[in-house]
Design a protein. Structure first.
Length: 323
């Protein structure tokens, strides 16, 4: 079974470039669809991404439906914040990898989605079906999953034009000195440690804003909110490391000699906002902390003040924005 969509080419250009712009995916993802024999030009199956299109040619894409069987035993559950025919909004647990990879041996979020038998988009290929954007394994919080290819295209476009985004909460030390800190530094693979990213001149442009929320009662740690203006791997952690700050529980970036122990990285995608694919209305969702992060914050921070600074409006006002 498949989901079929047709497009008309308005000018001469490469097939993969044209489809990437139409579908809102990378050229490598388009190449994957072509390799799966899902793409036709004027009713003729194509096998090469670099085929040159002519004006007014019709391109048909038969997106395969995702298979429903789970590849691995799924021994975790995921909180669903919202669901309809187009999208699934979830609170990803810390410790869960988003999609399969050769190095990943345990069940992933994609396995959980298959296990639930949820019909999902397949634009990104079988291994990443439904996945519009990702979170690091250790990071918890809000994610939106596309349940059909139209929703996937619409949400992917919002990632490009920044009408979709998230606000993160982290516990860091030492505290930031300014209420608002904006970091614009290119990020690329570290030359010294292949597991890490780093701020390097040859990397891709990256911008993050950090807003302080509350110091811990002993003033050694600080609760902050973070907003990404770009989507680079490990961006929040790398930008914090560049100013000698680290997130509690992070064993890779900016580790302090006497770092407090935490069972997990205390980084959480608290708020997500996007325009709904069908209603075209702006929507936002909040994901609560898991027990580990909540217990740590309750122990280290004033509970009355925490309730105040964790209010959605308080966080948005700290960035002078609305959603």
């Amino acid at each position: 079974m498949s989901d079929i969509k047709s497009y008309i080419c308005e000018s001469a250009e490469r097939l993969d470039t044209f489809l990437a712009s139409q579908i809102g995916q990378t050229r490598s993802q388009i190449a994957h669809l072509i390799k799966q024999e899902c793409v036709y030009v004027d009713e003729k199956k194509v096998t090469r991404p670099g085929v040159k299109l002519k004006k007014e040619q019709t391109i048909r894409v038969e997106f395969p439906y995702a298979k429903k069987e789970a590849a691995l035993d799924v021994d975790f559950d995921v909180e669903v914040l919202y669901e309809d025919d187009d999208v699934l909004v979830i609170n990803k647990p810390s410790g869960v990898t988003v999609h399969p990879a050769p190095s990943v041996k345990e069940a992933t979020l994609v396995d959980w989605l298959k296990h639930k038998g949820i019909r999902l988009s397949t634009i990104s290929g079988e291994e990443r079906h439904g996945i519009v954007h990702r979170l690091d394994k250790g990071t918890s919080g809000t994610m939106v999953v596309a349940k059909n290819n139209e929703a996937h295209e619409f949400l992917s476009q919002q990632l490009q034009d920044k009408s979709m985004g998230r606000y993160y909460i982290a516990v860091i030390n030492p505290p930031l000195k300014e209420n608002v800190t904006i970091i614009e530094k290119n990020i690329g693979r570290s030359q010294h440690n292949r597991l890490k990213m780093a701020c390097v001149e040859t990397g891709k442009y990256a911008k993050t804003q950090f807003s302080t929320l509350l110091p811990s009662e002993d003033e050694t740690n600080q609760l902050i909110a973070c907003k990404l203006f770009t989507g680079r791997t490990h961006q929040i952690r790398v930008h914090l490391e560049s100013i000698n700050r680290h997130i509690l529980g992070d064993h890779i970036y900016a580790i302090a000699p006497k770092q407090e122990k935490s069972e997990r990285v205390l980084l959480h995608a608290y708020i997500i906002y996007f325009i709904h694919p069908t209603t075209k209305e702006k929507v936002s969702f909040v994901a609560n902390f898991d027990e580990t992060m909540k217990d740590y914050i309750d122990k280290k921070f004033n509970s009355e003040q925490i309730n105040e600074v964790m209010d959605t409006n308080y966080i948005l006002n700290s960035f002078n924005t609305d959603i």
